[in-house]
Design a protein around this ligand. Structure first.
Ligand SMILES: C[S@@+](CC[C@H](N)C(=O)[O-])C[C@H]1O[C@@H](n2cnc3c(N)ncnc32)[C@H](O)[C@@H]1O
Length: 431
């Protein structure tokens, strides 16, 4: 083993931890990435470990299928992750085949649980690289990129052709999107950051790296927010001085939009830890909001509002471009139980609106139970609420995302370069 390959071993070992955490529990990847063992790696190693784990998770379906064809029975988890890591490096990260194999074999030998499988790791990876030398020959077919149960749901909801388009986005690395403060010079920032201004005003960049070092970060001219995630707050069209409640606010991308538009914002969330990030974002951007830690369904406060944004907790299946782990950690029962939570918070939101006030409900989910079905059930429960149809081209949303009902079903492939999957609907309370 050369020194150069040895240098990459801590990052690869850390990647194994990330993969294991991502596949074993919801939120596991983020948890593992903020654990001390990971944070104390050199920044370069940390970035490499993350890139390795992402490459595995973005291509997990096809990689696992190719490996399964070479394994008589499933090996222990660590061995399976090592095989996945070897395959992802060789097929998707331009790591030379010999290095992908040698480092996986070395790491197999470094641990008691995987040591007996050193020979298997070597043989399986060598065979795979010999017989399937390109990602295409590995079978990087969109229909394999999502877990089968989720893919079947997307076929049922959107049809086979659209489900393929959606799933095809799983393998692609997303751009970085920025939301700009209204007084920021979009053209100057676009030039400085080599970005493109999208309809609606999001600045899309291809650059990677430490965003805190980019022009405009320190002076709070922008914050990172996916193009689709920026749409719902625009739909509220808030005015200076309006009383606005952001009912599931943290880490605060949408609160910043509402505050930047001049509204008097209450930013509520159940998670104090996530609200800390929201407060840091407010300080950096020089914006203000009243921050409240509470359960949005049971907040003991009698105030009513001109507008409410409810970006509800959800299965987050639409965020797979940056969080491919959500696809593999989600369980079929999650959608129904989250839909119940959403309904409770929606009802609470309706009770906090002034007569004639607006409510925007959104979720970063691709699942109809959390979107279209949630809207119909809410309207049936609340005769005092009516749908306020969204107009074509409103808020910078691609026209293809507008449904016949006047809600938005933003799908990942509907924007050149991709976007998160989101659902949004706007309601108005009777006067
Ligand atoms: C999709 S995220 C919100 C993202 C945020 N709107 C933004 O743009 O940055 C959902 C949030 O709902 C919060 N949450 C979950 N259950 C809640 C509840 N019952 N009441 C209030 N917040 C809740 C979570 O802590 C999480 O921060």
């Amino acid at each position: 083993m050369t020194q150069e390959l040895n240098d990459g071993l801590p990052a690869r070992e850390a990647a194994l931890t990330l993969i294991d955490a991502a596949l074993s529990r919801r939120g596991g990847l983020d948890e593992a990435a903020s654990a001390n063992g990971f944070r104390f790696l050199e920044p370069r190693e940390r970035a490499f470990a993350r890139a390795l784990a992402m490459a595995v998770l973005r291509h997990l379906g096809p990689i696992d299928r190719a490996l399964a064809a070479r394994l008589q029975k499933a090996p222990p988890d660590r061995v399976m992750h090592l095989l996945r890591l070897g395959a992802a490096q060789a097929f998707h990260l331009e790591v030379p085949a010999f290095a992908a194999v040698a480092t996986s074999v070395e790491l197999a030998g470094a641990n008691k649980a995987s040591r007996p499988f050193k020979g298997l790791v070597n043989a399986v990876l060598r065979g795979l690289l010999r017989d399937a030398p390109t990602p295409d020959s590995l079978g990087d077919d969109p229909t394999l990129l999502a877990p089968p149960w989720l893919y079947s749901r997307w076929v049922a909801a959107f049809g086979e052709a659209t489900a393929r388009e959606i799933a095809g986005q799983i393998a692609l690395e997303p751009a970085t999107d920025l939301s700009l403060k209204p007084n920021a010079d979009a053209a100057a920032l676009a030039e400085a950051l080599e970005g493109e201004v999208l309809p609606g005003g999001t600045l899309r960049l291809r650059r990677k790296g430490d965003v805190a070092a980019w022009p405009g970060f320190e002076d709070g001219s922008w914050w990172v927010q996916d193009a689709a995630a920026a749409v719902p707050a625009r739909l509220l069209d808030v005015k200076t001085g309006e009383a606005v409640l952001d009912l599931c606010a943290a880490p605060g991308g949408k609160t910043l939009q509402l505050a930047a538009a001049g509204a008097d914002v209450v930013a509520l969330d159940r998670s104090a830890a996530r609200l800390k990030r929201l407060e840091e974002n407010l300080v950096r951007t020089g914006l203000s909001a009243q921050v409240v830690v509470a359960d949005g369904a049971a907040w003991d406060d009698a105030r009513t509002f001109d507008a409410i944004l409810l970006d509800a907790p959800c299965s987050a299946t639409g965020t797979f471009r940056r969080h491919p782990d959500v696809l593999w950690a989600a369980r079929p029962g999650d959608v129904a139980s989250l839909a119940n939570v959403q309904a409770r918070i929606l009802d609470s939101a309706a009770g906090r609106l002034k007569p004639g006030a607006r409510l925007v409900y959104c979720v970063c989910s691709l699942e109809p139970e959390e979107g279209e079905a949630q809207v119909e059930a809410f309207l049936a429960r609340r005769p005092d609420m009516e749908l306020d149809p969204i107009q074509p081209g409103e808020a910078g949303a691609p026209e293809a995302s507008l449904t016949a009902r006047g809600t938005l079903r933003l799908l990942p492939h509907q924007l050149d370069g991709g976007q998160d999957g989101f659902f949004a609907a706007r309601f108005r309370k009777a006067r």
